[in-house]
Design a protein around this ligand. Structure first.
Ligand code: CU
Length: 156
């Protein structure tokens, strides 16, 4: 079988890149200990999210010295609680879920960015070092008023 010279070059390139990518994933998984999310998997029945503790009473709870837990619900088309005031320097453990469809939870300008899936409780921790107004946006298209879906976290 005759293979054109340029095709051989492309095949070599493709197979080399496959080896490189597998190497990157392999080093990440086995040498650096990276894992896909799912180790701490928590679920809630999406039908009864709004009746289930603690999502029936969303909001901030103080759990330590300048440390808080924020239980939040993302719904079409907003977040509950709508506004939260957090002292500067506070560490906040966000726990969020959805009773209806998939939403996003992104705090603009930070590395907080979660997918909010009905029936799953997603969580992330963030330390609000600087005071200011932090815009929270839904970054998963969720329906007609998706672009209106936002809230603000006030840090002072
Ligand atoms: Cu949305």
């Amino acid at each position: 079988m005759h293979i054109h010279r340029l095709e051989k070059i492309w095949l070599t390139f493709g197979i080399t890149m496959l080896a490189v990518f597998l190497g990157v994933v392999g080093v990440g998984a086995f040498a650096n200990g990276m894992q896909p999310p799912g180790e701490h998997r928590h679920t809630v029945d999406p039908e009864t999210v709004l009746k289930t503790e603690p999502f029936n009473n969303p909001g901030l709870r103080k759990i330590g010295d300048n440390e808080y837990e924020a239980y939040m619900v993302a719904f079409a088309f907003g977040y509950s609680p709508e506004k939260m005031e957090i002292p500067a320097g506070a560490t906040v453990h966000f726990h969020i879920t959805s009773p209806d469809v998939i939403h996003g939870f992104e705090i603009v300008g930070t590395n907080v960015n979660m997918m909010v899936i009905p029936g799953e409780i997603n969580h992330l921790t963030y330390k609000f070092a600087k005071p200011g107004e932090y815009l929270v946006l839904c970054n998963e298209y969720c329906g007609a008023a998706h672009e209106m879906m936002a809230t603000t976290i006030i840090v002072k």
